[in-house]
Design a protein around this ligand. Structure first.
Ligand SMILES: [Zn+2]
Ligand SMILES: [Zn+2]
Length: 273
C-alpha cells in the first residue's frame, strides 16, 4: 500500500487542478490512498496576502468536493480521505475561530503547520523582540512543541519550513538540537505523528522537510511518521516518494501512518517503485 497525506484544492486560491486529477495521478503512480488537506480558513490579514485561504463559507463546499471526489476515485482504486491543514500559532486567542471549525467538521486528519512566513508570525516575532535568526529558529520549534502538546493536530507538518521562505538564513539543525529534540519528544509523548514533506525538495534549499539530520533524531526517538507531497498541482502527487521512502527505511523507519476518522492507521514503509 502507498499513501500521500497532504495535498490541496483550488479552493485555497493558490493550488491548481481539480481533486479528481490528483486522484488520477495517484492511480497512475500506484498510490492507493490520498488525503486531501486544504488549508483551514484564516484571516487574510493574518497571512498578509489576500485570497490565499478558502473562506469560512467555502468549508461546506470543500467537504462536498472531497466526498464527490472519493466517489469518483473509487473505480480508480484510490481511496480519498478528507483532512485539513490547520495552523499553529503562539497566541491561543488567535486560534479560537480555528478551533470552532475543528470542532464543527468531521475531518479524517488534521495537520498542524506553523507557516513562519505569515504576517502574523513575523509580527509576533517583532513584538516579542525575537530578532536574531538563532532566536527565531528556537522560538519556531518551541511553538511547534506547544502545538504538538495542544491535542489539536494528528501530525505536525513540514516541521522545519521556517528555513524555506526567507524568514531566517540557512541554518544547521545541529546548532538547535536541544529545542528540536524537545519538539520531537513532545510528538512521541503525545503519541501523534510528524510529517515527512517532500515539497521541500522543490524549493528553498532543496531538501526534504524535516532535514535528514532531524529525521535521524526522530528515528532514534521513536517518532511516528506521516508522508505528504504537499501538492498544489496534480503532477506533484507522490513527488520524490520513491527516493525518500527507501531513505526513511534506511534510517530505521519501518512504518508509515495515515488517519481515518482521526484514528491512526499503520502500513509498512513502502519501498521504491
Ligand atoms: Zn498552500
Ligand atoms: Zn503548509
Amino acid at each position: 500500500m502507498r499513501i500521500d497525506s497532504h495535498m490541496h484544492t483550488p479552493l485555497c486560491g493558490h493550488a491548481f487542478g481539480e481533486p479528481i486529477e490528483y486522484a488520477r495521478m495517484a492511480a497512475e503512480r500506484e498510490i492507493n490512498l490520498i488525503t486531501i488537506t486544504c488549508h483551514i480558513p484564516m484571516r487574510w490579514e493574518a497571512f498578509g496576502q489576500a485570497g490565499i485561504r478558502m473562506s469560512l463559507e467555502q468549508l461546506d463546499d470543500y467537504l462536498v468536493l472531497v466526498r464527490d471526489t472519493a466517489e469518483q476515485a473509487k473505480p480508480l482504486g484510490v481511496e480519498v480521505l478528507c483532512g485539513i491543514e490547520a495552523e499553529v500559532y503562539p497566541d491561543e486567542a488567535e486560534l479560537e475561530p480555528m478551533d470552532e471549525i475543528l470542532a464543527a467538521f468531521d475531518f479524517d486528519f488534521v495537520l498542524g503547520s506553523l507557516h513562519a512566513q505569515c504576517r502574523s508570525y513575523i509580527d509576533w516575532l517583532a513584538k516579542n523582540k525575537v530578532k536574531k535568526d538563532a532566536m527565531k529558529i528556537d522560538s519556531y520549534f518551541r511553538h511547534l512543541k506547544d502545538g504538538a502538546e495542544s491535542g489539536r493536530y494528528d501530525s505536525m507538518s513540514h516541521p522545519d519550513v521556517i528555513r524555506t521562505y526567507g524568514v531566517v538564513n540557512h541554518f544547521n539543525p545541529a546548532e538547535h538540537e536541544e529545542v528540536i529534540r524537545d519538539f520531537l519528544q513532545a510528538v512521541v509523548d503525545e503519541d501523534i505523528c510528524m510529517e515527512v514533506n517532500t515539497s521541500g525538495l522543490t524549493k528553498g534549499d532543496y531538501e526534504v522537510h524535516p532535514d535528514p539530520l532531524i529525521l535521524d533524531w526522530a528515528s532514534e526517538m521513536g517518532v511516528k511518521l506521516t508522508i505528504g507531497s504537499d501538492s498544489h498541482h496534480p503532477h506533484s502527487v507522490g513527488q520524490f516518494f520513491d527516493v525518500i521512502q527507501p531513505k526513511l527505511r534506511d534510517k530505521g523507519f519501518t512504518d508509515l501512518h495515515y488517519f481515518r476518522g482521526r484514528q491512526r492507521q499503520v502500513i509498512p514503509m513502502p519501498g521504491g517503485s
